[in-house]
Design a protein around this ligand. Structure first.
Ligand code: UD1
Ligand code: CA
Length: 450
């Protein structure tokens, strides 16, 4: 039987933020989401999040996570005090308790696996993860014998100078025998520099404490301040890009691009410099993205070219060319073989296969059929100041340059709109619509040439 508890009640004072530390984002997921994910494959019997500082906000953020129990720690008197809050909820529990600090977001699932199995095979009361750090400043130091047996953990601020030379640090990830831990938890005292109850003090109270050193110390980076947040972001970005390079994605200049964890790519995607993908983007084979583009929750078919453009919550078919300088906003759905060109904004609109909106247009709340050609500067006037209205354009229609289509309006199929028209009435299939003032010419207006 396994229970997992994530410590997420702290304020994160050193972040200097209005946001609780565990809700800080890292490559598109919050710290606490990442920590939960590192243990979710174990399918524990119980999953508990210890909340305290801005508990409502943290709970709200994770309310969709199935089977997650929230336990309140009030006030927040240290990591040992946090785990003491489990005495009641785990009264009848018998098994291992995996404790994860909520601010250690790079931990790999495989490492957590190794920790649990090493704990089970050694029969220790606790097994904790450690790392050898070149600069262990701020971390608790682990004092261990060569056989892996731990005698004590002393926090950085409580160490004397000699103890600080020890570079073996506590990662904040522990697999406890719950019954053994529960027996010593009530004995914790706040006899330390911070006046808090430290979970780390239980190690010296337990009969047998072991440690397991990680191979890659980067994995156990704890985040206490924004410098560490930026370092972890860098490491995560590197991990993500290396993963996708191994899967067949080319990055022309990886350092200038960022991804989020939930993005997925097909083969032979090329990502040019200064291109950023956020949210859950789905990018088909042979897409070519960038330079200088921002995609968020974008779904692209195969062979899409995106240049200097912004795509947010929009869907694009295959062999489409977007940009330069296009903006696809939420609920824009672009069919196959389309072009959305320079300085064009599309919002909540469907654009049928083979249609082109090449220059300087706003298409909002519209439905365009197939092979529609939208002339330069065509605008759907969708908003009357109170309500939004729809524009419908049938297959094969063409709008002239600088047309204004005042919605609600329906243009049939194969309609031609004369340049400079402002249309307010529907137009039947196959018609030419002209809605502009007649040109007048006054001859000799300027008088005879001097
Ligand atoms: C802790 C460890 C330290 C270890 C380091 C690894 C202790 C005493 N020290 O130090 O040995 O090297 O992590 O990153 O455990 N929290 C609560 N309630 C509280 C206090 C904290 O839930 O009352 C949570 C925080 O939200 C955070 C985690 O516990 O997610 C760790 O707390 P933090 O204050 O960051 O501990 P460190 O000083 O980093
Ligand atoms: Ca910490």
């Amino acid at each position: 039987m396994l229970a997992v508890a994530v410590l997420a009640a702290g304020k994160g004072t050193r972040m200097k933020s209005a946001l609780p530390k565990v809700l800080q984002p890292l490559a598109g997921a919050t710290l606490v989401e990442r920590v939960l994910a590192s243990a979710s494959h174990l399918q524990p019997e119980r999953r508990i999040l210890i909340v305290g500082h801005q508990a409502d906000r943290v709970e709200q953020h994770l309310r969709h996570v199935q089977g997650l129990e929230f336990v309140l720690q009030q006030p927040q008197s240290g990591t040992g005090h946090a785990v003491q809050q489990l005495m009641d909820p785990l009264k009848a529990f018998d098994g291992e308790l995996l404790v994860l600090n909520g601010d250690v977001p790079l931990l790999r699932a495989e490492t957590v696996d190794q920790l649990v199995s090493s704990h089970r095979s050694s029969g220790a009361d606790v097994t904790l993860l450690t790392a050898r750090l070149e600069d262990p400043t701020g971390y608790g130091r682990v004092f261990a014998a060569s056989d892996g047996q731990v005698s004590a953990i002393i926090e950085h601020r409580d160490c004397n100078e000699e103890q600080r030379l020890n570079t073996l640090t506590n990662a904040g990830i522990y697999c406890f025998n719950w019954r053994s831990l529960a027996a010593v938890l009530p004995q914790l005292s706040a006899d330390n520099d911070q006046g808090e109850l430290y979970l780390t003090d239980t190690v010296a109270m337990l009969q047998r404490a072991m440690h397991m050193e990680v191979d890659d110390a980067d994995e156990v980076n704890g985040i206490n301040n924004r410098r560490q947040l930026a370092q972890c972001e860098g490491l995560l970005q590197q991990r993500l890009k290396e993963h996708w390079m191994d899967e067949g994605v080319t990055f022309v200049d990886p350092d200038s691009c960022t991804l989020s964890e939930a993005c997925r790519f097909g083969r032979d995607v090329v990502i040019e410099p200064q291109t950023h993908l956020r949210g859950a983007c789905r990018i088909g084979d042979n897409c070519h993205l960038g330079p200088a583009s921002l995609l968020e929750d974008a779904v692209l078919g195969e062979g899409v070219r995106v240049m200097h453009s912004v795509i947010n919550n929009a869907e694009v078919g295959t062999a489409v060319c977007i940009g330069p300088f296009a903006h696809l906003r939420p609920a824009a759905v672009i069919g196959d073989d389309c072009r959305v060109g320079n300085f064009v904004e599309v919002k909540n609109s469907m654009i049928g296969n083979g249609s082109k909106v090449n220059h300087l247009s706003y298409i909002g709340d519209a439905q365009l059929g197939e092979r529609v050609n939208v002339g330069a500067g065509t605008i759907t006037a969708n908003y009357d100041g109170v309500n939004k209205h729809r524009t419908v354009i049938g297959d094969g229609s063409k709008t002239g340059a600088n047309s204004v289509l005042v919605a609600p309006i329906i243009l049939g199929g194969n309609v031609t709109v004369a340049a400079g028209s402002t249309l307010t009435k529907d137009v039947a299939d196959g018609s030419l619509a002209i809605g502009r003032a007649k040109q007048m010419v006054k001859q000799n207006w300027a008088g005879p040439k001097q």
